[in-house]
Ligand binder design. Structure first.
Ligand SMILES: [Fe+2]
Length: 217
């Protein structure tokens, strides 16, 4: 049977380019105690969210990535395509939560002058931004995220919903600044069915220093 695949080795790199480097993502440290965000988010939620849910995305992404490396090496196109869902879901889960932990802090902070100016330009006021984020977060059907993102081409800030674990940058091109995780695992143990109350409360633990640094970067 004729092969549908052939290996093209750049002359400048030779066989070294065929060597697969198996890289793994790892669970990042929170940088604060599980109880640090109480009473807004309980220690129990934080511990399960970080050590169980985020860890599962890390584990499952690495497993899918290993399978992808093997499929690429074998030029198994069907297998490569079949892995896209697992890579998107678990890779997105890892990316989203890695930002989310840094977006939160028990230390009071304020948006930088530059971010404050951008918020006023795009939303008229911080309260309007909060209202837009709340509408997006509460309106997510099922599980997902509300994001404040930066359109680097236009310089505009945008509020966007992402379903499931779709990562903002890879799926919309926007740079993620601040995300609100509205999967039930993020709030249900404490807020039960009151997602709007969780979304209102989270503004008290926004790490504006981190959000501002993402904006200026
Ligand atoms: Fe989550």
């Amino acid at each position: 049977m004729m092969s549908l695949c052939r290996k093209v080795v750049p002359a400048s790199r030779g066989l070294a380019s065929l060597t697969s480097v198996r890289t793994k993502v790892t669970l990042p440290e929170l940088g604060y105690d599980y109880a640090a965000l109480e009473p807004i988010i309980s220690r129990e939620i934080m511990e399960i969210h970080h050590s169980k849910h985020h860890q599962a995305y890390v584990t499952n992404y690495n497993a899918a990535k290993d399978q992808l490396d093997e499929a690429v090496a074998k030029c198994d196109t069907n297998k490569i395509i079949s892995l896209q869902g697992a890579l998107r879901f678990n890779g997105g889960g890892h990316l989203n939560h890695s930002i989310f932990w840094k977006n939160l802090s028990s230390t009071n902070s304020s948006p930088s002058d530059a971010l404050q100016k951008a918020i006023i330009t795009n939303f008229k006021s911080l309260d309007n931004l909060k209202t837009e984020m709340k509408t997006a977060a509460v309106g997510v059907q099922g599980s997902g995220w509300a994001w404040l993102g930066l359109n680097k081409k236009t310089g505009h800030l945008q509020v966007v919903q992402c379903a499931n674990q779709d990562p903002l940058q890879a799926t919309t091109g926007l740079t993620p600044l601040f995300g609100i995780d509205v999967w039930e695992h993020a709030y249900y143990l404490q807020y039960k069915n009151l997602r709007p109350s969780y979304v209102d409360a989270i503004w008290d633990i926004v790490n504006w220093k981190d959000v501002s640094e993402r904006f200026s970067a």
